[in-house]
Ligand binder design. Structure first.
Ligand code: HXC
Ligand code: NAP
Length: 301
């Protein structure tokens, strides 16, 4: 059921949605579902051939309209140009999905300052570039709009080995919550999705390379013991950008099968205890309860 489309078919009819990084992975999956729900979709990233191929495939699959535009999200003038092209072609933009990202695993002391810059540039600067350009346009033209930012669960916990990404995603989450309040008066909503592991080539090549994936199966870290399916993320994204979520503003919704809480819970590791051991453990805990005197809670003044 969770890998089935969820919203009613006309949920995004007439909307123009811009998805950064929409040529691959989760951006592509969200774009495909937005098209099925009646939206026109702009996909923007660096590699035009990839975008053009995706655009053709998505149009064939859905019968919708896709506009592929080359844009490096780190460069404000390219972002501004992208917005102008969308306005020329389709006259408006209703929804911005900041999905483009760069990331790789590395001990932080091995990183050059450029390696740090490149990830923060794509994730945080890219998100504020598009948010600022599109937000200014909405405010100037008195148009309502919706922003959806794709973050991660380590936006609030932090994570070793992906420190530039953790810093950048934390910034994006702060921006999401800040603008949800500041720009609500203009009818602009800001929300975020924090996915757990969803297999994509982009993420898996850089975060779970073969040498590592033999040792670390991401599904095993998830209490539900599976990774995410693209359609279930697309369902959540479609709801958050649609008018059905009109009163949801400043929220970050985690979709990770319980993964980050499992990492945080002091006793989550007890799931490794086989059920037959629990008789023994219970006996010993009950025994300790009997033999230990109650702690003296009264002070001897
Ligand atoms: C150390 C590295 C490195 C590595 C690159 N660098 N890879 N340092 N370890 N593995 C350094 C380079 O040496 C260089 O610094 C600097 O980073 C810039 O590298 P370039 O290759 O020139 O950059 P560029 O071609 O712009 O590529 C950007 C990229 C790349 C971020 C490095 O991975 C990329 O294009 N990524 C886009 C897609 C992506 O990352 N998708 C995954 C998102 S997944 P010097 O000093 O040598 O010049 C995600 C999910 C998180 O975010 C949560 C999962 C559960
Ligand atoms: P992906 O396929 O690698 O997507 C990243 C996209 O960003 C690519 O399409 C890439 O296109 C684009 N991009 C990178 N640098 C750019 C730049 N400078 N300008 C414009 N676009 C740029 O990876 P994904 O897994 O689908 O990730 C999508 C989003 O989900 C990211 O925000 C990621 O952090 C988040 N996320 C993913 C997972 C997961 O398990 N997959 C988990 C948590 C969060 P070009 O190369 O053409 O530029």
């Amino acid at each position: 059921m969770y890998n089935q489309p969820m919203l009613r078919e006309d949920a995004l009819t007439g909307k123009v949605i811009l998805v950064t990084g929409g040529g691959t992975g989760l951006g592509r999956a969200m774009s495909e579902y937005f098209l099925k729900l009646g939206a026109k979709v702009v996909i923007a990233s660096r590699k035009l051939p990839v975008l053009e191929k995706t655009a053709q495939e998505l149009e064939n699959a859905t019968g919708g309209n896709v506009l592929p535009l080359a844009c490096d999200v780190r460069k404000y003038h390219e972002v501004q140009k992208t917005l102008e092209t969308v306005l020329e072609k389709w006259g408006k933009i209703d929804i911005l999905v900041n999905n483009a990202a760069g990331n790789f695993i590395s001990p932080t002391e091995r990183l050059s300052h450029k390696a740090f810059d490149v990830v923060v540039g794509i994730v945080l600067q890219g998100t504020y570039n598009f948010t600022l350009a599109v937000g200014k346009h909405w405010i100037a033209t008195k148009q309502k709009g919706t922003i959806l930012n794709i973050v991660t669960t380590y936006s609030w916990t932090g994570s070793g080995y992906v420190v530039p990404s953790a810093c950048a995603k934390a910034g994006v989450l702060a921006m999401t919550r800040s603008l949800a309040v500041e720009w609500a008066k203009y009818g602009i909503r800001s929300n975020a999705i924090a996915p757990g592991p969803f297999p994509t080539k982009g993420a898996w090549d850089r975060l779970f390379p073969p040498a590592l994936s033999k040792k670390l199966d991401p599904a095993q870290r998830v209490p539900l013991k599976r990774v995410g399916e693209h359609q279930e993320l697309a369902n959540l994204a479609a709801y958050l950008v649609s008018d059905f979520s009109a009163y949801v503003n400043g929220e970050v919704i985690t979709i990770d099968g319980g993964e980050w809480l499992s990492g945080a819970g002091e006793f989550s590791g007890l799931e490794l205890i086989p059920s037959e051991m629990w008789d023994e453990i219970e006996k010993s805990v009950r025994q300790a309860n009997k033999s230990k005197p109650e702690p003296d809670t009264k002070s001897n003044s």
